[in-house]
Design a protein around this ligand. Structure first.
Ligand code: GCU
Length: 478
């Protein structure tokens, strides 16, 4: 090699190195402070767990060898589901008594440890304050709209203030306490529930997912409520030393089996239910919960962990919600384990994104559904070619089939407890509701939204929830 050539090559190599360094510096500086904090806490947990590297999340580039799978014929990589009716020692569960006394606690302990995490034994109390009460009309329905603030006792760490934001609407002309559906909501859903005056006719996009659902509930003589989940626990890893998780931990970062954000959001839903039990307008024995997407995941957790919730509408909850981890289609554990979502789960969960895999999980989400038994549960989704707004082809990132299969596999527990399951293991056509039993399922023809499934859910729920004054109040309102 001539000297000249050598220097040319050296110059090129230096230039390449500079470009590389600059792009890395750019990538780092392009992170928001929250993303940087997420990343740091994520890495801290990986170190705690002794995990060197996670498998990378799948990509949306269909040509990549690591592309997200959207081919049902390739989804059944782990065909063996853990059996919800087999005790840890291998014995069969054949009675409700053994389910309640032994098997159910075993399943709860596994979700606590490996997936969702455990809240500290003693959590601070919440004092509910009525912020305002107004009389309003929602469409043709007169309502009493209450805004409430749940102040969490922060004597243990006065630096951390936590307040739960809740809005409750009940029919103004109810003759007694009414059933209420609590929406575990995104901040926008909460804000829209407070907009006044409530527009007579609202565009489909109004209220984040429409307000039609509110009027459908009022027409039955029921009430609705929206809890802003982010008000008491931020939706990111950076916020884990704040909010209820941070307060309960006196501002310290989480250990591996401390609770994740899904359980914290579910905790908040339970505190809202505590409030309902003190409000004469609400029949606290008839409170249902609804949530969509990540709030669908948290609503399912709330149903599983708090037996006071009478019914649930779990919409497009997908991975980490009603879908089987073992169904390799759409979103995967590797996505949940990434710095943008790991905070929903506990630290122990990370290992299933490497070195372990979904087939190593000691439980799967059919068993989270089984924890809801014998109470009625409606699992909803958009269409298989629509409930996946992330993918350019509209493939279903939320994986409706994976949710259906989980619900089918929860069936034996419902039957053991004397209830009816879905009644079939064949996926129904989009738009056809399966709801002859106590487990219900429906895919609507749209995308990633709960709105089109509300009428079916309400029809299902009307078998279980009854407003004493429903007939007269809805007549009066019409
Ligand atoms: C992302 C995430 C999903 C989640 C959804 C949402 O798509 O991957 O798991 O359900 O956001 O909450 O909207």
């Amino acid at each position: 090699m001539t000297m000249r050539r050598f220097f040319t090559l050296l110059r090129l190599a230096l230039a390449a190195l500079l470009v590389l360094l600059a792009s890395r510096a750019f990538r780092l500086s392009a992170q928001t402070p929250i993303q940087a904090a997420n990343q740091k806490d994520h890495q801290r947990l990986l170190n705690l767990a002794g995990i060197e590297q996670l498998r990378p999340p799948a990509t949306n580039d269909p040509k990549s060898p690591n592309a997200t799978n959207y081919d049902e014929s390739k989804a059944n990589v782990y065909p063996n589901l853990p059996n919800p009716l087999l005790l840890a020692d291998g014995q069969r569960v054949t009675s409700a008594k053994v389910w309640w006394s032994q098997r159910r606690p075993q399943i709860v302990a596994l979700f606590d440890k490996e997936i969702l995490g455990r809240p500290p034994a003693h959590l601070p109390r919440v004092r509910w304050q009525l912020v305002s009460t107004v009389r309003e009309n929602n469409g043709p329905y007169p309502i009493v709209l209450k805004r409430l603030a749940g102040h969490v006792d922060n004597a243990s760490d006065p630096q951390i203030a936590v307040t739960l934001d809740l809005v409750l609407a009940t029919p103004a002309n109810a003759r007694g306490p009414v059933p209420v559906i609590l929406q575990l909501g995104f901040p926008n859903q909460f804000k829209m529930a407070l907009v006044r005056p409530i527009p007579e006719s609202a565009p489909p996009t109004f209220g984040f997912y429409g307000i039609e659902w509110q009027r459908l509930l009022l027409a039955r003589g029921w009430g609705y409520a929206v809890l802003d989940a982010n008000s008491f626990q931020a939706d990111n890893g950076a916020g884990l030393t704040q909010g209820i998780i941070g307060l309960a931990n006196q501002g310290r970062p989480r250990s591996l089996d401390d609770w994740g954000v899904l359980r914290a959001w579910a905790w908040g839903a339970s505190r809202a239910l505590d409030y309902f039990a003190t409000d004469p307008a609400v029949d606290a024995g008839q409170v249902g919960i609804q949530g969509h997407s990540r709030m669908g995941k948290a609503s399912l957790v709330a149903m599983a962990y708090d037996p006071r919730f009478a019914i649930g509408f779990i919409s497009s909850s997908g991975e980490g919600g009603a879908k089987l981890y073992r169904h390799i289609f759409g979103e995967q554990i590797t996505d949940l384990a990434a710095p943008s979502e790991y905070h929903w789960m506990d630290g122990n969960f990370l290992k299933y994104a490497g070195p372990l895999n979904p087939g190593d999980l000691p439980v799967d989400n059919h068993e989270l559904i089984a924890l809801v038994a014998p109470r009625p549960l409606f699992i909803g989704a958009g269409s298989s070619t629509g409930d996946g707004y992330i993918n350019r082809n509209g493939d279903a990132w939320a994986d409706p089939t994976g949710m259906f299969l989980a619900e089918v596999a929860a069936g034996p527990v419902y039957r053991l407890l004397g209830k009816k399951d879905l009644g079939t293991s064949r996926l129904p056509p989009v738009g056809t509701a399966l709801m002859s039993g106590d487990l219900a399922f429906r895919q609507h023809p749209g995308g990633h939204t709960p709105a089109p499934n509300w009428p079916a859910f309400i029809e299902f729920a009307s078998r279980y929830l009854h407003a004493a004054a429903a007939a007269s109040s809805s007549k009066a309102a019409r």
